[in-house]
Design a binder for this molecule. Structure first.
Ligand code: IMP
Ligand code: MG
Length: 197
């Protein structure tokens, strides 16, 4: 399938969607498989609880879960950060909490992208208060140059430059999440209000 770049007027992404391919679905699938193998080795003989951060991580979580050979359960949280379009402000608000206790669990927080680190720092502190057995972080993408708070993920799909990307769960104003490839969105749209993840 070709990407909707400079696509026809029939495209749901608009006639001039400014998308440049960055990571193909094949590259993503290969790396997700490797992460699944790594996590399965690290938790051999144990169970893991994957906590997906809605909505961006939904696609990554569903592929990562199927790349695991260890027992896995899922739960989800949703947060919103008040930011300006592409930027996080650091004010994170919990919109949906977990369904179950995580006490004593091997928790892996699954997120689409680690950018400033503000969202995951907030979530990490919140979840650690609930006394999991351990807590690790898996992100498909990392933008280390954007970090405002010192936070590293334990499992990282790809480190990328400071570019705004969409696809494979990542959105701009809720669009593009369903692109199978990850693309750079080269033109910024006007700043928006509160953004979901
Ligand atoms: P952080 O708190 O700045 O680390 O923000 C993480 C959240 O910002 C992610 O979960 C995404 O929702 C969003 N985000 C950061 N960078 C991008 C990007 O390049 N594309 C799409 N969303 C992004
Ligand atoms: Mg997100």
């Amino acid at each position: 399938m070709s990407l909707p770049m400079k696509s026809s007027a029939a495209s749901p992404f608009g006639p001039q969607a400014p998308l440049q391919p960055l990571l193909s679905r094949e590259q993503i699938a290969g790396r997700v498989r490797e992460l699944g193998e790594q996590i399965s080795r690290d938790y051999a003989g144990e169970s893991v609880l994957l906590i997906g951060i809605l909505k961006g991580a939904a696609i990554f979580l569903s592929d990562l879960a199927r790349a695991l050979s260890v027992d896995a359960t899922f739960d989800f949280m949703a947060v919103s950060s008040y930011g300006r379009g592409h930027k996080s402000s650091g004010l994170v608000r919990l919109i949906k909490d977990l369904d179950e206790s995580i006490e004593g669990c091997n928790v892996i927080v699954v997120e689409d992208i680690l950018d400033t680190g503000l969202t995951l720092s907030y979530l990490r502190a919140l979840l650690l208060e609930r006394r999991p057995r351990n807590l690790r972080i898996a992100v498909l993408l990392d933008k280390p140059s954007r970090r405002l708070t010192p936070l590293e993920a334990d499992y990282i799909g790809f480190s990328i430059d400071d570019q705004f990307v969409v696809g494979y769960g990542l959105d701009y104003a809720e669009h593009y999440r369903n692109l199978p490839d990850i693309c750079i969105l080269s033109e910024a749209a006007p700043d928006a209000g509160p953004k979901g993840h």
